[in-house]
Design a protein around this ligand. Structure first.
Ligand code: PHE
Length: 367
């Protein structure tokens, strides 16, 4: 093979004239050109490059070692020149071939990755917001529109915030239907909050008056599960405290809410009630959204639907809070709604468990 001539000196090869030297170089160059244009060259590219330009035993190195160094003085110049020409040719050919190989590879990859736009797409099931979430958003939107802000609080509470600070002392009968789900092992006793009212206290402790907040969240009670009860449900608490809030502000806010939530024709009724942390306390009823008040199966022929509990903040509560709250100066109102209950009522759902089974056939009815 031609390349083998490079293991000998020019003298050994019998190249003694300029013409003979040039033709040796021409042979080498021709053999390089033939090899680099082989189809298989990209398959053994690294070896091919090393064969020609390898530092130790590449053809160029061998020519420099065997031909150039030992060249007769009168040939030295032309050997050097021919060598430089060959070297430049080899290097620039390798460089352009390398680019050729790379762009061919990129082309192949692009062709493999090309998306076939004519294929039918994979249909993905799109979920809906859960009915409770939708109702939660409806409720908060209404209160945000009249200057309330939304805060959230812990589901694991201390008896102090869940009861005592809300004016429900240890043996108070109001605890009976709420005294539930205590967590053992904690240094202090804890329980799953039975209502969102603890956030009334936590918020007032953090922020001096005035305050206007709603607090959505999960609450827990020891109820026997049936069509309208579970061990967990969602509430949204409301609290407004300032220096001059009256019962009229309370009633006006409640009426505004009822009309926004159930429609402009809905009427509101307050019934006396009792909560240890409000005084006076009320149950808020709305005229039945199904029959408009004339009486039907849904309102049990009373014309009214019970919506939620509420009242004016009991002055005793300010005494637990301190932080600038003074029963002589401040007044306010509070309410606590069951989000699940309101959703069921408004959307005609009769079974509470449907809200928690996550059956898409049910959920898709509320897009
Ligand atoms: N926390 C009460 C409950 O869960 C509801 C309520 C809240 C009543 C605020 C009055 C004021 O039953």
């Amino acid at each position: 093979m031609t390349v083998d001539t490079t293991t000998q000196t020019l003298a050994q090869l019998g190249a003694a004239t300029l013409d003979q030297v040039e033709s040796r170089f021409t042979e080498i160059r021709a053999s390089f050109d033939a090899e680099i244009s082989r189809d298989s060259v990209s398959g053994d590219w690294v070896a091919f490059v090393a064969q020609w330009t390898g530092r130790k035993s590449g053809v160029l190195t061998r020519i420099a070692d065997n031909w150039l160094k030992s060249a007769a003085p009168e040939l030295k110049k032309v050997v050097g020149l021919e060598f430089q020409k060959l070297k430049a040719h080899v290097e620039s050919s390798l460089e352009s071939k390398r680019k050729e190989i790379e762009s061919a590879a990129e082309h192949g990859a692009a062709a493999r990755d090309r998306v076939d736009l004519s294929l039918p797409g994979a249909e993905r099931a799109i979920g809906t917001r859960h009915l409770i979430r939708q109702t939660y958003e409806e409720l908060t939107r209404i209160f945000l529109s009249i200057g309330f802000s939304v805060v959230e609080g812990p589901e694991i509470e201390t008896p102090y915030y869940n009861f005592e600070a809300l004016n429900i002392p240890e043996h108070h009968p109001a605890r009976d239907n709420m005294d539930t789900f205590y967590i053992e092992g904690a240094r202090e006793p804890h329980l799953l909050r039975t209502h969102t009212s603890p956030m009334q206290i936590r918020t007032m402790e953090k922020q001096p008056p005035p305050v206007r907040i709603v607090v959505p969240g999960k609450v827990y009670r020891r109820d026997n599960p049936d069509a309208t009860h579970g061990y967990m449900f969602h509430q949204i608490e409301g609290l407004a405290v300032d220096t001059d809030i009256t019962f009229r502000d309370f009633k006006g806010t409640v009426e505004y809410f009822v009309r926004e939530f159930l429609g402009p024709k809905a009427r509101t009724r307050l019934r006396p009630s009792y909560f240890p942390f409000t005084e006076p306390s009320a149950e808020v009823d709305a005229s039945c959204h199904v029959c408009g008040g004339s009486g039907c199966r849904i309102c049990k022929f009373s014309g009214w639907i019970e919506l939620f509990g509420a009242g004016m903040v009991d002055p005793a509560v300010y005494g637990f809070v301190k932080n600038g709250y003074d029963a002589e100066k401040h007044s306010g109102f509070a309410f606590g709604m069951g989000i699940d209950r309101l959703a069921m009522m408004k959307y005609g759902v009769t079974e509470l468990p449907l809200l928690f089974q996550n059956d898409v056939r049910f959920l898709r009815q509320f897009p």
